[in-house]
Design a protein. Structure first.
Length: 570
């Protein structure tokens, strides 16, 4: 119609397109999952907007997605009657990547295609995956509530740029046509499409339909009339009921896994999940997933996280972070509440009794999932710990009420195993404590090597007392908030007094006193020459091989904490 404009893709989109085409060749069919997923999201968004403005339905409230192919032209079309996009929306959503940290993500790719393809999977390829199989993509879309002549035509060959043009489109929603590459024409086959769609869309809550040809005409016989040929009709390929509303026993593992991929944009299967319907004082359903791998932006402060929120099965918002404490920000999934109002906003959620109750319940549920995993499948738990342990360590500081439970889930390296692998729990430690030992000993150092070889360990080693070896950045922070577990104090071996209690034998005390008097002259000389640099010089029996070491006084900041504060610019 008019006003055709050419726009360049954002640099990161160009990089994504290039990488995707070259690295996702073994997983081509995922374009269909991404596009159907977007169409279903568009239906969800319209349903939500229409709650307050029923006119948006324009008399057509039967939301669905339709997929068709044209073998001769070599095209596949995915069409929805969801929320649609405006011209500005198209330019923004189909020309840029909205995720924060995207530029950094691309900077960090290795250039090794097989490695990068893994990362691309975690990043989420979304709409742009259309170009895995197409060398030209045409989008026609009209936003709900806009006039027919305010529709947009977007087109691109997936190289540097795309065009947009204002057109007329009677029906609301989005129609995406893929012009398949010569060697991808197999996708323009009804049978092939059908098999992919059944695999990817059973959990989708709107019908995903394909056209089925009518039955052929039946000739009239002597005793029956002729049956006219039917035109055929659109038939749903999926169950089209929201997966979490179904009974657990009726949902297969594959369906749970597919649903996870739909909501998380992850390519890999989740590590575990838990689906629960709760009735009584609160009424809600939760479906929570623990991913197998940490997302690329787990440490990005602006990363969106949280659960999808539904109210009485209507989608309300993505990334409702109010339901999950930050130290569980890796959890994916949804919550469907019967107690929140449908018009709930983020502001209302902030300060709401129902939210608090749900958050408490969901947090407990996740901790329960992890406890169960730790108990039943140590190996799987270990792989969880490797991916998310550092995040979980924020828990004791953040979640006072669940401090003990979170502490129970922590894993550390220890002098007992002699390995760098963090696989010792506080409970394991306590079980191995020596007769008369009342404290849990630990050391925090810059590296595992430094911790394991610290002279501070010597005396404990001599007495065969286990020490937890900590060397992650977060550990000092953790240990400041976790001072006790199961009634036992955590005690740093670098602190002034080791408080070995009953483990210290009487002879030792005498020997120390004797040494003390004998060494007075030496101690004075050392003190004089160090001057203000130290507050005290003491004779110690805690070292066996090393002549001297620096310790922090009781109640003073540890050397690690000082380093941490310095690094933070304080
Ligand atoms: P994501 O789905 O993770 O947001 P995508 O790349 O898949 O990322 O899609 C980008 C954006 O384009 C969507 O967030 C949405 O705003 C818009 N979009 C894509 N497909 C559709 C559609 N069928 N209807 C309406 N909007 C769409
Ligand atoms: Mg998407």
């Amino acid at each position: 119609m008019s006003q055709q404009e050419t726009h360049g893709f954002q640099t990161e989109v160009k990089q994504l397109l290039h990488l995707m085409i070259h690295s996702l060749y073994s997983n081509k069919e995922i374009f269909l999952r991404e596009l159907v997923s977007n169409a279903a999201d568009a239906a969800d968004k319209l349903r939500y907007e229409a709650l307050t403005n029923n006119d948006l339905y324009e008399g057509d409230g039967e939301l669905r997605v339709r997929i068709s192919a044209d073998k001769d032209k070599g095209t596949v079309t995915i069409e929805d009657n969801g929320i649609g996009m405006t011209r500005d929306g198209v330019i923004e959503h189909l020309g840029t990547i909205a995720k924060s940290g995207t530029a950094d993500f691309f900077k960090n790719l290795s250039g090794d295609e097989s490695k990068d393809s893994q990362l691309i999977g975690q990043f989420g390829v979304g709409f742009y995956s259309a170009f895995i199989v197409a060398d030209r993509v045409t989008v026609r879309t009209r936003a709900a509530g806009h006039n027919a002549d305010e529709a947009v035509l977007w087109e691109s060959a997936g190289e540097g740029d795309f065009t947009v043009e204002t057109i007329s489109k009677q029906t609301r929603g989005t129609e995406i046509t893929l012009h398949l590459r010569d060697d991808e024409k197999e996708f323009a086959d009804d049978y092939r499409l059908r098999s992919i769609i059944t695999k990817y869309s059973d959990h989708i809550s709107v019908p995903v339909e394909m056209f089925e040809a009518g039955t052929p005409a039946v000739e009239a016989t002597e005793d029956s009339e002729a049956v006219p040929a039917t035109e055929g009709s659109w038939k749903p390929m999926n169950k089209a009921t929201a997966l979490w509303t179904r009974n657990k026993s009726e949902v297969s593992d594959e369906e749970y896994q597919e649903f996870y991929k739909h909501i998380s944009h992850d390519f890999a299967d989740p590590l575990l999940w838990s689906h629960n319907r709760v009735e009584g004082k609160q009424e809600y359903t939760s479906l929570l997933y623990i991913p197998a791998k940490a997302p690329w932006d787990l440490w990005n402060r602006d990363r969106k996280h949280g659960l999808k929120l539904f109210v009485q099965r209507v989608f309300v918002m993505d990334d409702a972070e109010q339901f999950m404490p930050s130290y569980l920000r890796f959890v994916q999934g949804l919550i469907d509440s019967n107690d929140l109002p449908l018009n709930v906003s983020r502001e209302i959620l902030q300060d709401n009794k129902v939210t608090t109750a749900l958050r408490t319940a969901v947090t407990k549920r996740v901790l329960g999932m992890l406890e169960k995993l730790a108990k039943n499948d140590a190996e799987k738990y270990q792989s969880f710990w490797t991916e998310f342990g550092q995040v979980l360590k924020e828990g004791p500081a953040e979640d006072f009420a669940n401090k003990e439970r979170v502490a129970g889930l922590l894993r550390f390296a220890s002098t007992h195993t002699g390995e760098a692998k963090a696989n010792v729990s506080l409970a394991d430690y306590i079980e191995r404590m020596k007769e008369g030992q009342s404290k849990i000993y630990y050391i925090v150092a810059d590296s595992h090597e430094a911790a394991a070889n610290s002279p501070h360990l010597e005396v404990l080693r001599k007495k065969d007392i286990e020490v937890l070896l900590m060397s992650e950045r977060i550990d000092e922070w953790l240990i400041n908030h976790l001072t006790e577990f199961d009634g036992k104090k955590l005690h740093s071996v670098t602190r002034g007094d080791l408080e070995l209690g009953e483990l210290e034998d009487a002879g030792e005390k005498e020997a120390q006193e004797k040494l003390q008097t004998e060494s007075e002259g030496l101690v004075k000389r050392v003190k004089d020459s160090l001057g203000d640099k130290v507050s005290e010089v003491k004779v110690t029996t805690r070292l066996t091989d090393t002549p001297a070491c620096v310790v922090a006084g009781e109640g003073e900041m540890s050397t690690q904490m000082i380093k941490l504060m310095q690094a933070a610019g304080q």
